[in-house]
Design a protein around this ligand. Sequence first.
Ligand code: AMP
Ligand code: ZN
Length: 487
Amino acid sequence: MVEIKLHNTKTRKKEVFSPLNPDNVRMYVCGPTVYDRAHLGNARPVIVFDTLFRLLRHVYGEDHVTYVRNFTDVDDKINATALARKEAGDPRSLEELVHERSEETIGWYLEDMKALGALEPTEMPRATEFIPQMVAMIEDLIAKGHAYAAEGHVLFAVESYKDYGTLSGRSVDDMIAGARVEVAPYKKNPMDFVLWKPSTDDLPGWDSLWGRGRPGWHIECSAMAHDLLGESFDIHGGGNDLQFPHHENEIAQSKCAHPEGDFANVWIHNEMLQVEGKKMSKSLGNFFTVRDLLDQGVPGEVIRFVMLSTHYRKPMDWTEKKANDAREKLGRWRAETKDVEAGEVSADVIAALVGDLNTSGAISALHGLFQKKDFAALKASAVFLGLLEDGLGEKYAAPAKYVLSAETGKIGVTGNAAQFVVSGGVDEDIQKIAAARDKAKRAKNFAEADRIRDQLADAGVVLVDTKNGSIWEKTENFDPAKLEALK
Ligand code: AMP
Ligand code: ZN
């Protein structure tokens, strides 16, 4: 059998992958919180772990891999949308509106990820369908002395688990120093995290021994992974932003509730996605969704190709240039393989992937096949990687062009910058002030423009000038009170 090597975050080494049971290789990946459209960064773990899923199926057989990716459908932002709809006059109950919001978001997610060529995981559990399992696990943790109830909350006692922090290699003291932990009167230790929290009457909640409430985020994954994959399974994945605290907390809960098990043997984390060299975030204004790109005529397979071109453990930069290069290459490959019958998947592609999922090597191997005019192998190998599939990415519209909007301070896509405007909150306030400053600058009123820039800087917002206007960034020193005073 082909040997797969994977980098295990737990050991910080590349290791030969050896599944507990080759007849049922088991992988859990933390899925999205379904409160809105998936942004481009959310697509990265989907594509990375879809590629790993494809490789595992290739090596162990299609029916011998179980891939679980959850939906987190207990979340304040879902509730907020439901509440806003209710306040806008929707006659339905809040519960129905919460359900509707999760349903529509899950529908969008599946549609968008399909457009990126991602296979559906074997199981897609929703947190709300596993509440009894979560409650049982919490009761068990209390019984074993790892958790305690206080004021309607249940907290995990971090000091009760001596290996806490080993995944990310931090001591509890380091974590306390570095983390933004919520200090609350009901916590024995500031690092203790929530397993269960109370719900008010207008929020979704479930009856429990500790009163009507809802689970914390971390227990959801521990309970779903245990129910669907058992006490010990092979791979646990997610973005590296989840390493701490989410994955540390999952490990603590699962190992303490099921001390006989190992939870996950291999931990795989993808690095973050950036846009034109900057972190993608709402406050930086370079935030866009997968659907935004698809709607602009960027084919799903172009997005997939760009993502695969960077190794998953490196930060990946989404740039307009990369998207255009990918579009051009895929266009040529499509033209040459149109009437070709697929042959065998190339050994070079597999050889690249088994080396810690070297997807950029696999893409280079595809390019090699194109140059050798081995179109039958090119077609089979590309389809194996989720590219050149029928119906995917056939629509090759004009390349999208990013523009920085002087009006909104946001990066948009040609002709559609308006859809990136944030609404509400401090971001909108900053945006208005930044737009006023851009206006002053365009009117050559430089004294005024500088004055506004300095005031924003004093409030912890920096402006970056570009030839198309300015974009803004909230720094660590961001002071909402000072911003408020500028309005
Ligand atoms: P969330 O819905 O925020 O919990 O994120 C769902 C998944 O997307 C998690 O695996 C995150 O680690 C991942 N993710 C979020 N932002 C990014 C990003 N900018 N780049 C790569 N992965 C991300
Ligand atoms: Zn998780």
